[in-house]
Write a protein that binds this ligand. Structure first.
Ligand code: ZN
Length: 288
């Protein structure tokens, strides 16, 4: 049995599963303050007889083992969690632990148990309350100096755009233009209530496709997986595929791009890609 913790800004999903990625049991604990939330998480895992724990967490977070900030939440806008030693607070469980970002965990979940099995270079993008990118390059999850924060890449404005994005740091970044809150700011309604308004999705797909073209040109992924609440609007997929190819302008010729319907795809694990990726992170901590 392996423990899995998907630490999110609103809830903490705790689960136990087996090494083939099967989730046996799962609970959700509200994310309030570390003082309230952590004892509940420890309480859940104590007595579960887990051999290891994998943690996928919201960030920014220190993901490089051996550095002083490894396992610490960094400069999050959630003030109660800022500079909190997440991994250290789980040490009383006394098992080996692996930790990465929530989006890297989802990427790993899809590469281990889902639609990207057998591939080595994959990106996973979540578009919901925020926008995050997890990436594996040549079989290794990408960290670098911190970890990718590709939700904040800068984009050119759609010609009909009339306002800045909703990101407090950037006027024209991906998250500021396409996240759930960005849609609500621009159109005054939630994404789910705008499903039949084609103008909304034309603009949304314009920004997402622009970002994907940039990711394709820099990271050269073999597959792009899109998840998160906004991507439940399935009408986005054909629009994004068509516009991504248009932005690439015929410059690249690969087998993958020729089969664009199998290249830019929805998450395949029914919302469990994150928690299943955490199982794999736990296995990694055991050297398996
Ligand atoms: Zn931004």
């Amino acid at each position: 049995m392996i423990g899995a913790l998907e630490a999110g800004g609103t809830k903490m999903v705790c689960a136990v599963g087996t090494e083939d990625g099967k989730i046996l049991e799962q609970v959700s604990i509200p994310t309030t303050t570390p003082g309230e939330t952590m004892p509940q998480i420890l309480g859940y895992f104590k007595g579960k007889d887990i051999r290891a724990l994998g943690v996928g967490t919201f960030g920014p977070v220190g993901v490089r083992p051996g550095t002083p900030e490894y396992g610490f939440i960094l400069d999050t806008p959630k003030l109660d969690w800022r500079h909190f030693d997440l991994l250290g607070s789980l040490a009383p469980l006394g098992v080996p632990m692996g930790l990465d970002t929530d989006v890297n965990a989802s990427c790993l979940g899809e590469m281990t148990y889902g639609c990207a099995a057998g591939l080595e270079s994959v990106i996973y993008i979540t578009i919901g309350t925020g926008v995050g990118l997890g990436a594996a390059v040549e079989g290794k999850l990408l960290h670098g100096m911190l970890h990718p924060e590709a939700g904040h890449i800068l984009l050119s404005r759609h010609q009909k755009e009339w306002q800045n994005g909703c990101c407090p740091y950037h006027q024209n970044c991906l998250e500021g233009y396409v996240s759930g809150p960005a849609i609500e700011k621009r159109w005054g309604k939630k994404a789910a209530d705008l499903a039949d308004n084609p103008t909304v999705w034309a603009m949304e797909s314009y920004y997402i496709a622009q970002a994907l073209a940039d990711f394709i040109l820099t990271l050269s992924p073999q597959k792009i997986i899109l998840g998160g609440g906004v991507m439940k609007q399935e009408q986005l997929f054909p629009l994004i595929r068509e516009k991504t190819l248009a932005f690439l302008g015929g410059y690249l010729h690969t087998m993958e791009l020729e089969d664009i319907d199998n290249y830019i795809v929805p998450a395949s694990l029914g919302g469990d890609q994150g928690i299943m990726g955490c199982i794999k992170l736990g296995l990694g901590a055991l050297g398996e």
